[in-house]
Design a protein around this ligand. Sequence first.
Ligand SMILES: [Fe+2]
Length: 384
Amino acid sequence: MKTYYNPVEVLFGINSLKNISELAIKIASNKKILIVSDKNLLNILGISEKVHDYLEKDGFTVDIFEKDGNFSSIEIIDNGADLVRNKDYGLIIGIGGGSAMDTAKCMAILGKNPGSINLYLKEGKTLENYGIPLIEVPTTSGTGSEVTRWATVWDLGEKQKKYSLSDLKMYAKGAIVDPTLVKSLPKKMSVITGLDALSQAIEAYWSKNHNPISDIYALQSIPLIFSNLQKIFDNPSDVETRKNLAFGSLLSGLAFSNTKTTAVHSVSYPITLHFNVPHGLACALTLSQFLLFNSEKNVDNIDEAPERLKKISEAIGVDSPKKAAQMITELMKNLNLPTKLREVGIDKKGIELIIKEGFTPDRVKHNPRKLTEENLRDILQELL
Ligand SMILES: [Fe+2]
């Protein structure tokens, strides 16, 4: 039986951040709040004082934990977990892009579960308790982490590797999606994070793990994101476009929160880790080729896949996967983004590394068409 489950209370709208205290009053287990964010982000967004004001007027005390760098790493998360265990916070608020929200999500769950995150990632230890109540506030329109039950965790030690910690207990209690928080994001980051959301929505729709409710979110998300990426690039300060992208990203998150992603995301992780390509771009680089690959009639292909790939194409505004793939490539060129692997420093040797590390069984198994190493080599060589 197919089920859909997402318990996150979502506030969406311009200036919805003002309602943070109302949500905090409902959710927090005591008056001590920890905000988890990226270094200097609250100042850059000009919300540092506002957030204090909004919450302190209702008697909350607010501490801030700022993480350095672009990754939600094991080291940062373990340090953060020690902090929250010692201070008895009643609420954690993650404010930022995916890595800040994922750090907050891990700190919240580890606040009530003992030991290093390594135990849960690498030794199969079970998360037995619900975490500290959590509110997520995205400041990019892309990752959807505010409504998912998992967090990306990077081992940046000797054996560099990307992990995912996933559990139904990890859902945030609340999310605030306020498009005004995205307004100072540079336009390049806006389009790159938007492409992440587009990949997630497309993968949610073609995933073998899709369900009728995730389908509705995905099919609403795809055209909304696709039609607004060029607009945000041309006019980054347009509020309506920001709002549409923020909503499209939220819908994408709601879609893939119950399907997970597929081969495109799986292959993106080594591209990000070893070639320093931002996550959304690492996904978008292979999206067109996977559209073509997944749409081919094949014995491995599940019966409904060609029909679903056609629906995705229609959501993009064309009548075939071939044209949809062209549209995506064209859009990326118009956004001044690379469309070939060599443009981001990946050569034949790099492809072999990506093949070696790019199969996350949990993700690849949901690709609508079975993917072998040979298939992946063909796909990547086509993109050289
Ligand atoms: Fe993603």
